[in-house]
Design a protein around this ligand. Structure first.
Ligand code: GLN
Length: 507
């Protein structure tokens, strides 16, 4: 058997169930790798004792025949999901100093469900502060590094999740995507990620950034791994009023479901993939375009038909998102006042002074910028000019997608205009980072499911991602297409080399 860190979620779950390897062995091995790759800055917290305790329980459940489908599979959560401190012994910070040392009294629904499926929780993953960013450089603690080139960013905001999965420290992780934070880091690190339709995963216990956009999803090595994790994470939750009221879904079965009329050689026969002309226009780097085109040609070879479509308001999705997301953030983040939880300023004269000092000390520059923009666009006199206009455009962007889906089943394009940039390269210009969100924001604003699938390499040997966007609740179609591509190609199987001397030892 190959070293256990080379196994993805699906193959590892199988090996564990067949007792070719124990959860204890796997967990111990991966904890060793996590320790050896502290240079990546992927983890904000690790609890080896807790993890081994859970691994022991998983082994016992497997032996007793009572194990869940993912029994013994080590995972970690983006530190935006709250984890019950009593049960998991891990803090929750949302990458912010204002929540430093915060201990949640309960588990997020996604956390509880993945625990019920038998996974072993090893720790909490680095992210941009309150998930605001595209590079993990906005973490209040330390940046995370891209395992393909540690001088570069892993993407963000789920940068720690992407770096940890890509470096084979864990087979799968959770992420959240408000405007691209699952898809873009997955692309930058050469892994697979899916942001489901808004409402598929419960937001209960997910520290809120922009509630009408925030959506959780899995990040792993393959579409199959993502399908297994999503089946465990997703589903209706009465504690989230925006949760979709649908019966539990088996995404793995949906992924395997053959298309009508398809053949073994042409599994995607009849699938129409729309290419929005605006996703291949000026601003897209040539190396990224070439890799995406090669993946599209592969999909065509597998039987899919490529059709031209248009999303005429693609450019506008940037100002629309950067009005709506900060507006919601300014409201959501008003709860961090030094009274209820988290950091509290030591020196203060009265209550107002306590609020001001706590927030001045606790929030980082990007979070403050968003709170100010959000407060501005919601204020009297500017609400109609900015917030209301943005809401109207948001509806038009969603309608544009529906017009596309009249002539195609999926939409494809790049995830980001470039490969991962060098850490610090965009420090002086936050707007240039916002502009790089252009291909992920439209699906977020429309609430549509989107996926990032590895599609080869670009400049500097860095990974490139192919984005696939489905119609509402079209996760099965998305996963099916991505899986077919991954059966025929091995871009997703490539791993960055371990630094010498090899971390981790024999297994
Ligand atoms: N890059 C976008 C932002 O900074 C998206 C972040 C996200 O999806 N959480 O808001």
């Amino acid at each position: 058997m190959s070293p256990t860190h080379d196994l993805g979620v699906a193959s590892l779950a199988r090996a564990l169930h067949e007792r070719q390897v124990s959860a204890m062995e796997v967990t111990q091995h991966l904890l060793g790798r996590i320790d050896a790759r502290r240079d990546l800055g992927a983890f904000l917290a690790v609890n080896p004792e807790q993890a081994l305790e859970q691994a022991r329980a998983a082994d016992a459940a497997i032996a007793a025949g009572t194990a869940g489908p993912l029994a013994g599979v080590p995972i970690a959560h983006k530190d935006i999901f709250v984890t019950d401190h009593g049960r998991r012994a891990l803090p929750t910070t949302a990458g912010s100093k204002i929540l430093e040392g915060y201990q949640s009294p309960f588990d997020a629904t996604v956390v509880a469900r993945l625990a019920d499926a038998g996974t072993v929780l090893v720790g909490k993953l680095n992210c941009d502060e309150f998930a605001m960013g595209s590079s993990n450089e906005n973490s209040a603690y330390f940046p995370a590094h891209n395992p393909w080139d540690t001088a570069r960013v892993p993407g963000g905001s789920s940068g720690g999740s992407a770096a940890a999965v890509a470096a084979r420290l864990i087979p799968g992780a959770t992420g959240t995507d408000t405007g691209g934070s699952i898809r873009q880091p997955a692309a930058f690190c050469g892994i697979t990620g899916i942001k489901p339709t808004y409402g598929v995963c419960s937001r209960w216990g997910m520290v809120a950034f922009a509630s009408s956009l925030d959506q959780a999803g899995p990040m792993a090595r393959s579409a199959e791994d993502c399908a297994l994790l999503l089946s465990a994470m997703g589903g209706y939750d009465e504690r989230d009023s925006t949760s979709a009221q649908r019966p539990p879904q088996d995404y793995h079965a949906a992924m395997l479901q053959p298309r009508e009329g398809a053949t073994a050689a042409k599994p995607l026969l009849g699938l129409r993939i729309g290419l929005p002309r605006e996703f291949f226009a000026e601003g897209l780097d040539a190396d990224v375009a070439a890799a995406v085109r090669a993946a599209l040609a592969e999909l065509e070879r597998l039987g899919a038909t490529l059709v031209d479509v248009t999303l005429p308001r693609t450019q506008l999705s940037i100002p629309v998102y950067y009005i709506i997301a900060p507006a919601e953030a300014s409201s959501n983040l008003s709860r961090f006042d030094g009274v209820k939880f988290g950091h509290r300023a030591r020196q203060h004269t009265d209550l107002l002074d306590l609020y001001k000092k706590t927030r001045a000390e606790g929030f980082g520059a990007e979070v403050k910028r968003r709170i100010m923009i959000g407060t501005y666009v919601l204020s009297h006199g500017y609400y109609d000019a900015y917030y209301l206009q943005a809401q109207k455009l948001r509806r038009m962007i969603a309608d544009d997608f529906q017009a596309c889906f009249r002539s195609c089943d999926l939409i494809a394009g790049p995830v980001a205009p470039t490969v991962a940039w060098k850490i610090g390269a965009k420090d002086a210009d936050p707007v240039s980072t916002y502009l790089a969100d252009i291909y992920t924001l439209p699906a977020s604003l429309a609430g549509l499911p989107g996926m990032s699938v590895p599609a080869g390499r670009g400049e500097g040997g860095m990974p490139v991602g192919l984005q696939l966007i489905g119609n509402y609740f079209g996760e099965g179609t998305l996963l099916h297409a991505a899986h077919a591509l991954q059966q025929a190609t091995d871009w997703h199987a490539a791993a960055p080399p371990d630094p010498a001397p090899a971390a981790g030892g024999a297994r």
